[in-house]
Design a protein around this ligand. Structure first.
Ligand code: DGY
Length: 443
């Protein structure tokens, strides 16, 4: 197996933990509202679910109590039915669209105590809670936190189970890696009608060429409107939402969260049977549902069409993070795709890792939100997956490239895989937090 992928201009000395710490501290402090840390000061001024998980991990390297505070802030918004929402408006309205009132989630019997969106996001907080516990001195309320995580993961495996497989289905791209080309194939079949009046605000601070296209954003709004008109009723959505997918990326993170929830349960002397049931069911059905032996890829599933979404994005590698691929599947993923310069590997048309969509995909676009740019969170998940399967050289190359991007361009939301140039929001909290985590992991 070639161990290429080393960027030719990597500086000889990489950013160290000590170099990065003051910069990370300053970025997170500037975004800190006291209750939660904003993903970025202007573009995303509320609490985002999986951003908080990544932020808590970064904080844990220098301020463990503040990391636990971030976890509590997120879980305090849990809905009565167990869901933990994707955006939480602790401080009401801001210049961000959609404002809390747009979601129409207040007063729902199954809703939450704090204004929020009506969707969820990847339960990345559970692996992070485990990492925090492993640092020592677990807080006295860990049993309460555990119960909150348990209720959420139960909800993911039941309220969002379309076919008895226990694989969570998603009703909106914002529940996962957002504006990904794989969702555009579903959008081809959705025609937004009777859209409510709205005004986008996401292009005030970021170049429109780096944000979702108008036709995709219309579909985002259309799906929110459908759900809110039907009172965010999961049973209704399960039957009728035109966007209904099982996402390899989301299901992989959920499986990793199940494994880590089990670890917490064992530590707290809690029953294991229910969690073991989720774990063994996912292991049984995952490859059968998602693995395309012909192409050597894990592909997302369109529940409405009962068919794969034939799109090659970074999601294909995330089963490595969860230990859900066999060693043979992992080898095909790496040999045929990761190391293929037409898809992901550096080549004539890109220098940096990891493009978030294969470069030969129809909707690949190296500057547009989730359609190709590099994300620190994705590199971080990939790094863990590569290590889990023994690809130490590739993992180290990815870690060093990510630190080099941060060194050159600071904590940006995403980066252009062609030349590494910075894109999206500035002072991006999880790029800082996960950069610190990368720097803490010397080979
Ligand atoms: C946005 O506003 O684009 C966010 O991705 C929603 O989560």
């Amino acid at each position: 197996m070639p161990s290429n992928n080393w960027h030719p201009d990597l500086p000889p000395k990489m950013l160290t933990f000590e170099d990065l710490l003051p910069r990370v501290r300053a970025c997170l402090q500037a975004n800190d509202t006291g209750v939660f840390i904003k993903p970025s000061p202007t573009q995303y001024p509320h609490q985002w679910n999986w951003d908080s998980a990544a932020i808590a991990l970064g904080l844990s390297h220098y301020d463990l109590p503040r990391a636990w505070h971030e976890v509590r802030g997120l879980l305090s918004a849990q809905w009565a039915d167990g869901m933990v929402p994707h955006i939480i408006y602790h401080h009401g309205e801001s210049a961000y669209f959609p404002p809390p009132s747009f979601w129409q989630t207040s007063g729902l019997a199954h809703g939450g105590p704090i204004e929020s969106s009506g969707w969820t996001q990847e339960p990345l907080i559970t692996p992070v809670v485990r990492a925090l516990v492993e640092k020592g001195n677990p807080p006295a309320d860990l049993p309460i936190i555990f119960q909150q995580l348990l209720r959420w993961q139960r909800w993911l495996h039941t309220a969002r189970d379309a076919d008895g497989s226990g694989l969570t289905c998603l009703f909106h791209p914002w529940e996962t890696s957002d504006n990904s080309p794989r969702w555009m194939h579903v959008f081809d079949r959705i025609t937004p009608v009777n859209l409510p009046p709205y005004k986008r605000r996401d292009m005030q601070h970021v170049d429109p060429a780096e944000r979702p296209r108008a036709e995709d954003y219309e579909r985002y709004i259309y799906l929110i409107d459908l759900a809110r008109r039907n009172k965010w009723d999961n049973a209704w959505m399960m039957k009728h939402m035109p966007f209904c997918v099982q996402d390899v990326f989301f299901c992989s993170i959920t499986h990793r969260a199940d494994e880590d929830l089990r670890w917490l349960a064992a530590r707290l002397n809690q029953p294991l049977e229910e969690i073991d049931g989720w774990i063994s069911r996912t292991r049984r059905v995952f490859s059968e549902r998602f693995w395309d032996e012909g192409r050597g890829l894990f592909l997302d599933w369109d529940v409405r069409l009962n068919a794969w979404l034939p799109v090659n994005t970074m999601a294909v590698f995330t089963p490595l993070y969860a230990g859900l691929a066999t060693q043979q599947q992992a080898e095909r993923l790496i040999r045929e795709h990761w190391l293929n310069p037409q898809e992901y590997a550096p080549g004539p048309d890109s220098e940096w890792l990891l493009p978030t969509a294969a470069k030969n995909e129809r909707d690949y676009s190296p500057r547009r939100y989730w359609c190709g740019p590099i994300w620190v969170i994705v590199n971080w998940l990939m790094h863990q997956g590569l290590l889990r399967y023994g690809y130490h050289d590739l993992a180290e190359s990815l870690r060093m490239q990510t630190l080099a991007l941060i060194e050159r361009h600071g904590f940006r939301e995403y980066y252009d895989p062609r030349d590494g140039s910075p894109l999206g929001a500035k002072d991006f909290a999880w790029s800082a937090a996960l950069g610190l985590d990368f720097a803490s992991q010397r080979r």
